[in-house]
Structures are given as C-alpha cells and as structure tokens.
Ligand binder design. Structure first.
Ligand code: NZQ
Ligand code: ZN
Length: 387
C-alpha cells in the first residue's frame, strides 16, 4: 500500500424522507440560495415541492435556476454565474444528478473568482474559493455528491473537461433513496455502468501490487451494484435496492477506493468524455461501450488482474489467465447488455468513419491528464473494439 492522504469533509445525511432536512441544513450558510435543477424530473417526482417547502420554512430566500441539461454546457453555466452574482446569493443548492451538481460546483467556484469559468477547466486559472454547496441527490451515479470534481462541456470547442479542487466538496449532501424511485430503467442501467467504471478504473490501472483492502472493497461494491441494479429493474420501488445503489455509487468515487493504490488513470473516462462532447452520449452509456473494449485491449499485455476480476465477481475459473480474463470481460459485457445499457458505438449511429475524430478529441484529455501511453493510434485501436 502506498502513502496517501484521505480527506473528505462532506456531511452525508442518508435515509428515507431526509429531503426535508435541506432547510435546517441551509440555515448554517446564510439566508439566500441559488437553487439549481434540471429540466422536469424534480417537479414530476415531488422533490421540488419538498425542497421549496423546507427552505421556505427555514426562512431561506430562493433564487431558482433550472434547465441544466444532462452533460452540462458552458453557456448555461455562465448564465448561472451571472444570476448568482446579480442576486448576491450566499450558497448554492443543487437538486438533481451529476449534471446539476457539477454545474452548481462550477457556479460556486466562478462566483468567488475573478476569471471566466472556462479558465479553470482549461487549466489557466486555479480555484481559490467557492460558495458553500449543498446537494439533494436524485440520481445515484457519478459520486459528485461526495467528491471535489466537476465536468463541463464547452459546446463551441467541443471539449468536455474536468476540474478538481478541495473547495468543491459539497458541505452537505442529502441522500434520500426515495428521491431516486422515479429514475427510469434506462438511467438505472447507465448509472450502474458509471459507478462500476469508477471502481474499475483504479482497480485495473493502479500501480501498487499490494492492494489488499482496495481490491476487496471494489469487488464487493461491484457485486452490490450488480445485485441492487437487478432488484431495481425488477421492482423500481424496492427501497433497500435503491439505498444500496445510492450508497455504493457515492463511495465509488469519493477517494476511498483509490487511497493507497498509487498513481492510476481514468482512460475509459478519457475516451467517454469525447463521446459525450461530440455526440452528447449519456455518460454511463458511453462508458458501458468503452469499458469492455478497453479491458480487452489492456488485458492483452497483463491479464492477471482481469482474471482475478473474472474469478471474484463472476466466479470464472480457468488456469489460462488470458482465457479467464476474456471470459470475465464477456460476462461484464453480457451483463451490461442484459440490463439495457449499450456496448457498441452503433447504438449511437457511430461508425468506423467517425473514429478518427473521436480519437483526435480524446488526445486533448490524454495530454491534459498526462496519459502519455494513449496516443491517437492507441485510442483509435480501443475505439475499433467498440464497433
Ligand atoms: O433534467 P431532469 O429532468 O432532472 O432529468 C434528469 C436527466 O435527464 C434525469 N433524472 C435525474 N434524477 C431523476 C431523473 N429522472 C427521474 N427521476 C429522478 N429522480 O436523469 C437524466 C440524467 O441526469 P444527469 O444528472 O445528467 O445524470 P448523471 O448523474 O449520470 O450525471 C452525468 C454528468 O456527470 C458527469 C458526467 O460526465 C455527466 O456530465 N460526471 C461527473 C463526475 C463527478 N463530478 O465526479 C464523475 C463522473 O465520471 C461523470 O463524468
Ligand atoms: Zn463517470
């Protein structure tokens, strides 16, 4: 195990009907809040009414900012920053999934800064402060509710980039599994693929060979996500399964699974961000296409960890490590297909002629993230396995 610092200051309030705690939690941060949300889901589910009622009861003045799109974009974020400045809000309250939380993080940081928000994403400015952010989570997937990262698409340059700063950890995140009961089957499947990929990126790319705790933690969480996904698809009102999915997805990207594994990369996310930037693919759906292909590519040279994954998660035993690895990858891909998340680029009408453009786009992130082994040719090779 390598040395590490694990610091995660987000307060989690977890449980049935906890949405109504938002008002009393917000009181610690001021009297006026920008309430950020998406298109229509929170109004249809009733979460909107619960949040507004709780904030009003607590005496919090609300400035609403809606219409955050899935895969949030720069233009809408800039408008949110202007609104937050104009209204002099003291905190941001994000009510939604990863897109709403991420856009809220961008707004929270930029309101306190002196520069255009994209400068943080381009790497030409550093986040020095942010407004306090509180979250009411409605979709269990990205882990943004308990981490310090955010993602944003610049729709002019077609770049989907990320930022990270200790200032971006939400102060409080309310995780009420009942707020996710309305998440449709399609997004349940995409979200499972996202959370599993968060766990497996470090599991497969971490450099330390002695990852006794982290391996077992990741394998258990992957199994928990698979089991709860099956139960949710069978019965969308299954509270225990929604709760397990919510807590597992939060832990999948809160810094704990990668603590001690040493340097590691996120190559699947690197490639998927280009799919989202260019074709507006839902994040988890892009990952379920890239992950099995990337695993096949990576297992060719070092199959041992993939064979272990096959044994631990799918109970596949084969003395030939390469064969075991391939069987495990096929099992994961088959599971993605069964739950209804795509495994081929053709699902989004992306064909061989598009690969060059995607690979070109992905090299921007490869350079930014220092994934030097991922040349345009290597990325194109992985993409060919996604056809
Ligand atoms: O817009 P509304 O009407 O709210 O609908 C949303 C949206 O269409 C809907 N939804 C949310 N909660 C619902 C619901 N529908 C019914 N019932 C509910 N309770 O779901 C759709 C997708 O929402 P979105 O927030 O886009 O999904 P997700 O949570 O998967 O977030 C994706 C974004 O997060 C980024 C992704 O790249 C993408 O931009 N990520 C953020 C990360 C982070 N900050 O740590 C890490 C991830 O790897 C990821 O990159
Ligand atoms: Zn992700």
């Amino acid at each position: 195990m390598q040395d590490f610092t694990f610091w995660n200051p987000t307060k989690i309030i977890f449980g049935k009907n906890t949405v109504k705690a938002i008002g009393s939690e917000a009181q610690a941060f001021g009297r006026k809040a920008l309430m950020v949300y998406g298109r229509s889901s929170i109004k249809r589910s009733g979460v909107y009414d619960q949040v507004v009622e709780s904030l009003k009861e607590a005496g919090i003045q609300i400035v609403e900012y809606a219409e955050v799109k899935s895969n949030p974009v720069l233009s809408h974020t800039r408008e949110g920053i202007e609104l937050a400045r104009r209204e002099g809000v003291e905190m941001i309250i994000a009510v939604g999934g990863g897109s709403v939380i991420d856009e809220s993080k961008s707004i929270a940081a930029a309101v306190k800064g002196q520069t255009d928000v994209w400068d943080y994403y381009a790497g030409s400015a550093t986040i020095r402060d942010a407004l306090p952010l509180l979250v009411v989570l409605t979709l269990a997937a990205t882990g943004s509710e308990m981490n310090s990262g955010a993602v944003l698409t610049n729709e002019d340059t077609l770049q989907k980039f990320n930022i990270g700063s200790p200032h971006l950890f939400p102060k409080v995140s309310i995780l009420d599994p009942t707020a996710t009961t309305t998440v449709p089957a399609r997004y349940v499947a995409y979200s499972a693929a996202d959370a599993i990929t968060h766990l497996l990126e470090g599991y497969f790319t971490g450099v330390d060979p002695e990852t006794f705790i982290q391996d077992r933690f990741v394998e258990s969480l992957v199994e928990a996500i698979m089991a709860s996904t099956a139960r949710i698809l069978n019965d969308p009102e299954d509270y225990e399964a929604r709760a397990a999915m919510m807590w597992a997805a939060t832990w999948a990207l809160n810094g704990f699974p990668t603590a001690g594994i040493g340097p590691h990369g996120f190559p699947n996310h690197m490639i998927e961000h280009s799919l989202s930037a260019l074709y507006d693919v839902p994040h988890g759906a892009g990952l379920s296409i890239v992950l099995p292909a990337w695993m096949s590519y990576a297992a060719r040279t070092a199959p041992a960890k993939y064979a272990r994954f096959a044994a631990k998660v799918f109970r596949i035993e084969d003395k030939d490590q390469a064969a075991a690895a391939e069987q495990g990858i096929a099992a994961l891909k088959g599971w993605f297909e069964r739950i209804g998340t795509p495994t081929r680029l053709a699902s989004f009408d992306i064909s061989e002629g598009d690969l060059d453009r995607i690979a070109e786009n992905a090299t921007m992130l490869a350079n930014k993230w220092g994934l030097t082994a991922y040349t345009k040719e290597v990325i194109a090779e992985v993409l060919r396995l996604c056809l």
